[in-house]
Design a protein around this ligand. Structure first.
Ligand SMILES: O=c1ccn([C@@H]2O[C@H](COP(=O)(O)OP(=O)(O)O[C@H]3O[C@H](CO)[C@@H](O)[C@H](O)[C@H]3O)[C@@H](O)[C@H]2O)c(=O)[nH]1
Length: 489
């Protein structure tokens, strides 16, 4: 690969979805572009910009989202901001950054699909980004096929009931757990509409970078060359998929992209616990609270287990904790609002991780080789859980928070010696030396591709210019003929 700085197009604009689980992998991608010699520029709403700007070494531009600074930013508030407020501001930023034709490409999280259209309108090449598992992308991109064969209705409601294989080679998934089936019927309908619009817009993309490796789910794809995948499973046009994950941060460029202050006192607490004894509990950053009844049940069960536990509980999650609970369990359990999760998972005291199965947390657990107790809550988490439990067998699913349920789950994960071996094998397969080098070369392949597009754009531009000049010459000749020569006959 040539030196990018020596060429004109050195900027890559990255547009993440405004949530921690999306911004973190996008920053890791930005960091990878930086080490390839590009100047990555992240575009984030003001409320995120304020929180991360001092801790990252990637250029970051803030954009208004039209919401009050302290207003809740749930899925639908974000959707409104992305559809109505982002495009106009983003267009101005892209024009400014591309003033001298410096932008090589825009990388847009598929969940911010209005930005795809902005990129096209500004004449900048656009690549999509999928921060989660390839299998989930395949599942949502199969929506038209699923509707056509009657698996789901036109509104996304399942027409089959119970566990089913929605795509060949994927684990069983209950039809009620399809990624858009969240909340009341009108919310489900609105989410399904969001996904159909997202996938429709993504058809205009030439490339899709996925924060995932080749899971056992890609036989609907053919491999045209090296690491890239050409999706041929649907009649619909699809972008070429580049599995560039799981993305990991390069030291120095990403100190701490956390939206919230990390409570590092939990690390000293972990230092005092016996190796492999602690249950780490966290439901990520984006999941809505699971309800007061379930919270009470989980709190009492963790206490009754008599084992040390560390629990991440943001303010909104504390409703349902028994009165005085945190003080009462303080010898046995450490409760924090936000933790330095990677350091926690790397700690030898942590024996297993009770998780919501968010994709980033799943990859971090594999990286740190921690066994999983899975309690998926919404969206892609059920499919991720299917892979963890049915395919990779590195964890078990917990359906209830009763003492017996958790005790049995713990027994299974902690006493299964083979599970440790499977985790090690999976780590090697996904993040070992060979896997990392493959990931790097897949990213290089993508970069070569955008540069080829850039080079081929110059002859195309010259060709268009020459056609315009020919047309102009023809017009002028005709005009001269009409004005000067015509009247003489
Ligand atoms: O105390 C904490 C808790 C979490 N994290 C980090 O926050 C991220 C959480 O990401 P993830 O596990 O993917 O969960 P969510 O934040 O909930 O992510 C949303 O986005 C993901 C990527 O699309 C989806 O897989 C999830 O289902 C969706 O909820 C991870 O990097 C964690 O290390 C911390 O740093 N400290």
């Amino acid at each position: 690969m040539g030196n990018i700085k020596a060429t004109r197009r050195s900027k890559i604009i990255l547009v993440p979805y405004p949530a921690q689980g999306h911004v973190t992998p996008m920053l890791k991608l930005a960091s990878a572009f930086l080490s390839h010699g590009f100047d990555p520029v992240m575009i984030v709403p003001e409320f995120i910009h304020r929180r991360i700007i001092s801790s990252i070494e990637i250029s970051c531009v803030s954009v208004p989202d039209g919401l009050q600074m302290d207003a809740p930013r749930d899925f639908f508030a974000n959707e409104k901001a992305i559809e109505s407020c982002l495009p106009i501001h983003l267009k101005g930023i892209v024009h400014r950054l591309d003033e001298d034709g410096e932008v090589a490409c825009m990388v847009v999280d598929l969940l911010v699909s209005s930005a795809i259209e902005v990129g096209h309108r500004c004449g900048v090449p656009v690549a999509g980004f999928w921060p989660a598992m390839l299998a989930t992308y395949q599942l949502v991109s199969a929506i038209p096929d699923m509707t056509r064969v009657g698996l789901i209705s036109d509104n996304g409601n399942p027409q089959v009931f119970g566990p089913a294989k929605f795509l060949h080679n994927q684990p069983l998934l209950s039809s009620e757990k399809l990624p858009w089936l969240i909340g009341c019927p009108s919310a489900r309908k609105a989410r399904f509409k969001f996904w159909t619009r997202t996938m429709e817009r993504s058809k205009s993309l030439q490339w899709l970078l996925v924060n995932s490796f080749l899971e056992d789910s890609v036989d609907d794809h053919v491999k045209p060359q090296n690491g890239a995948l050409l999706n041929n499973h649907s009649r619909n046009r699809q972008p070429v998929v580049f599995p560039v994950g799981p993305l990991r941060s390069k030291h120095g460029t990403l100190k701490n992209p956390s939206f919230w202050l990390e409570d590092t006192s939990c690390l000293q607490w972990l230092d005092k616990q016996n190796p492999g004894s602690v249950i780490y509990v966290s439901f990520g950053s984006w999941v809505s609270p699971i309800g007061e009844g379930k919270m009470t049940g989980l709190a009492l069960t963790l206490e009754a287990l008599g084992r040390p536990f560390m629990w991440v509980l943001g303010d909104g999650w504390r409703k349902g904790l028994p009165a005085g609970y945190i003080d009462r369990v303080s010898k046995q359990g450490k409760v924090v609002s936000w933790a330095p999760q990677m350091e926690v998972l790397q700690h030898k005291a942590v024996g297993c991780y009770l998780t919501h199965c968010g994709w980033n947390s799943t990859m971090e657990a594999i990286q740190c080789q921690k066994r999983l107790l899975c309690y998926p809550v919404a969206g892609d988490q059920f499919l991720n859980c299917g892979y963890i439990v049915q395919k990779w067998r590195i964890g078990v699913q917990i359906n209830e928070f009763g003492l017996k349920d958790i005790e049995e789950g713990l027994k299974t994960v902690m006493e299964d010696n083979e599970m440790g071996c499977r985790l090690k094998t999976l780590y090697e397969k996904t993040m070992g030396e060979e896997a990392s080098s493959k990931t790097r070369s897949t990213l290089t392949e993508f970069i070569d591709d955008i540069q080829r597009t850039d080079e081929s754009a110059i002859p195309l531009a010259l060709e268009i210019l020459s056609s315009l000049l020919n047309a102009l010459r023809f017009f002028m000749t005709s005009l001269i003929w009409i004005i000067w020569i015509g009247p003489r006959f």
